[in-house]
Design a protein around this ligand. Sequence first.
Ligand SMILES: *[C@@H]1O[C@H](CO)[C@@H](O)[C@H](O)[C@H]1NC(C)=O
Ligand SMILES: *[C@@H]1O[C@H](CO)[C@@H](O)[C@H](O)[C@H]1NC(C)=O
Ligand SMILES: *[C@@H]1O[C@H](CO)[C@@H](O)[C@H](O)[C@H]1NC(C)=O
Length: 359
Amino acid sequence: MLALYVVFLATALFISSASAAPKDRRCTGTISSLDDVSAAVKCTTVNINSFTVPAGETFNLDLASGSTVNLLGDIVFGNETWAGPLFQISGTGITFNGNGHTFNGNGPFYWDGQGGGGVTKPAPMMKYNVKVLNSPMRVYSVSNPAALVMSKLTIDNSLGDQANANSDGKAAGHNTDGFDCSTHDLTIEDSTIMNQDDCLAINKGSNIVFQRNTCSGGHGISIGSISSNATVSGIIIKDNTIKNNDQALRIKTKSDATDASVTNVTYSGNTATGCNRFGVIIDQSYPSTLGTPGTGVIISDVNFIGDTNNIAVASDAVRVAVNCGSGSCTGTWDWSALEVTGGKASEVTGFSGIENWSD
Ligand SMILES: *[C@@H]1O[C@H](CO)[C@@H](O)[C@H](O)[C@H]1NC(C)=O
Ligand SMILES: *[C@@H]1O[C@H](CO)[C@@H](O)[C@H](O)[C@H]1NC(C)=O
Ligand SMILES: *[C@@H]1O[C@H](CO)[C@@H](O)[C@H](O)[C@H]1NC(C)=O
């Protein structure tokens, strides 16, 4: 097991209200139950031993500026159908040493194959984190107020691929998105995500880099779904490995969205195998798939350039699908570094600006 090591580069996280740190907090606080938290976070070194968080409570670490947190054992969360989150960490300039330990969300207790539609599930499970095992539903929600790097994280929801007694023969894990991002200046890298929904979903934001990650079993790397007024720009999706997902790379915009845009998206060096439905899909008809597209989200400058994106699709899958509304995909897009093999012929409708590529 890799030692998990995450550094926040001169940053603030989530709802951090960086209160002025007292002059000397260079003590070590130790947490072995929730009762220890308030005293321990007064110190800038916080050691966390293995314990069980009581059902229905958030393990909330509101840290002093510049703190180092050392996870020294596994954390388990009690079972209760409530909204969560289960764990939340706030602070500025935080170093989190996960040391390969586990945060166990006891997903099987909640899983009913319905995600947001079934019993209430704590989501997100983690407001920032380390290795995640069996999240009940969505895992990370990222909305960093300052530049943030998240690296070497593991999300292992592979157990949710199997059906259970409550899931009616379907995969029991559902809506288990890896990273939901509405943010700017974020890098997610060198991480492993095994789940049943989007590996990454960028709902809005700018300057986001997603690189050298491995996504297994889910719905691939997504921009969207894009709602009214959302803007997405300056996205780099690079050198990722995507295995056995419904699709590798997707942009999905809501058919009824207005005043929104997606621009300047670069894909390079990504490798995908076993795409079950599509290799690449850009679809303006969400929540339908390849239905009647809307025209209220302008998509421009979507390029496959640099190192080749090698995408292999399953025999029943469509290599590339583009479904644009009238006039809402604009400009010219350079797809010279896209190679999609296997499956069925591509379907491009509503847009003729793709250059340097043929099916
Ligand atoms: C919580 O749920 C998990 C998964 O269903 C189960 O293994 C565990 O025993 C439950 N814990 C308690 C305290 O009931
Ligand atoms: C988009 O902006 C308009 C005008 O400000 C507002 O009326 C509408 O509620 C917004 N929609 C969403 C989904 O934010
Ligand atoms: C596109 O995005 C990249 C990466 O964020 C950025 O460096 C570049 O300046 C952007 N290009 C334009 C034309 O905005």
